[in-house]
Design a protein around this ligand. Sequence first.
Ligand code: TEU
Ligand code: CA
Length: 539
Amino acid sequence: MEKWWKKSVFYQIYPRSFQDSNKDGIGDLPGIIKRLPYLKKLGIKGIWLSPVFKSPNVDNGYDVSDYCSIMPEFGTMRDMEQLINEAKKLNIRIIMDLVLNHTSNEHIWFKKALAGDKKYKNYYIFKDGSKDYAPNDIKSFFGGSAWEYVPTLKQYYFHLFAKEQPDLNWDNPQVREEAWNIMRFWKEKGVGGFRLDVIELIGKVPEDLIIGDGPMLHPYLQEMHENVLKGTDLVTIGETGSVTPLTAPLYTSPNRQELSMVFQFQHMALDEIAGKSKWDLKDLNITELKTVLSKWQTDLPMDAWNSLFWSNHDQPRILSRWGDEDYPEQSGKMLAILIHMMRGTPFIYQGEEIGMVNQNIDDVSELNDLESINFYNEQVALGKSKKDILVSINTKGRDNARTPMQWSEDKFAGFSDVKPWYPVNKNLKKINVAAALKDPNSIFYTYQKLIQLRNENNIILYGTYTLLHTEETIFAYTREYNEEEWLVCGNFSNKSQKFVLPKAVKKTILSNYNKIYNDKLLTLEPYETFVVSLVANKE
Ligand code: TEU
Ligand code: CA
């Protein structure tokens, strides 16, 4: 039987911003339980739950201080068990987001390490160095050196993210055993699997300047499989920033016994200047987007598996980014259709299904995310103009994705009865779940339909993919499987354009303009996107 996660669509929840249930302005687990029927209606089969473990929240939960207890703000272990069980009743599995590359500096292991305990110092990466000279020049992803000096030890420790996120030493077998135990703990609780944060970093060799894709990465993943995953139907989604269609099979071909799928970002880098940082903006080139997405469809071997997404908690809102806020329904549906008709497992990020957009800010004081704050301070120190820095942050900053979920037109969007931890987007009256559910033409129902189509049509899972040669701003491809052929076509622009179908239409499957397609020569309206099946050559 086919793996359940190949046919499923996943939904990512950022718990802090999803639903508050106890009037403290912070989303929580009982809030998620309350919204399960909504997710059931959408049709998803799995929830990627961003971290809910105990954490001092320097990086909003991606700095874990105890992997086997729940952050009190989010609820209790009992709430967590209830969420797992209530979801299961609706045939929805909960996927835990495990951050195993690093811990919080408040994790007991790290506290013991800092106190000089030898065993626990070997859980992390400590290196000699003098106060003025770090062991080498590796930089943290969040700015500054990746080495932090500890005067009491006269040593540095290594952190690829914030200094409050010390990297674990995966070369220590005791660390790996701890990781397997954490995974077994959650397996026992009945979760559906794991999203593995920055998993490609665990084979790092800092002294040789190797960060991603280290020599022991795959052996460690095989060890994980052997110890935790073997014989289960748990899904594992590896966050792999530098994977390519050629290296993805190393992680995901079943005979490798590693992970279920990769989660890759090549398309997410298309609006930054190549070789520079995410903050160095350039306009999206649609040809490049088509090339990258198509490459993943055609070059990934049939037995390997990829995920499909436009958004997550680290990315700006896709409607603001590559859609068109002047045509929210049309462009939101276009983006949804184009990606959901591809091969792979789609992920919807909370609010994407109702067309939530970026929230621009005017002042640095409105930021929450440490990545943006560090970038701002760094650039100001370099003498850059505050206005330009804010343009980058408003375009790419992670806070854009983290504003509270908009459920209704109530004062705080139905997210909470009190002032939320982070402000709700000002457009809440227009964009909210209640309004979307009332409107049969809303983006929501297109996502619902796309999930249904995936459940019912193997062509979406297995069909071969061919990109059609078209005008730059038309994104058209076919899928073929067992005598069947589907055409997916989107007008990626706000202008009307001509398009000629390669063959006659057998049946209209989906259209964001509710059209039925008969003619071969079409004039597409702004962002018009459709799926049709085509008449076979011999018919
Ligand atoms: O993100 C991995 C990662 O590489 C990010 O630093 C990414 O480059 C950045 O967010 C893009 O803006 C994961 C988590 O998804 C992220 O939320 C965490 O902050 C990070 O790991 C550290 O755990
Ligand atoms: Ca709460």
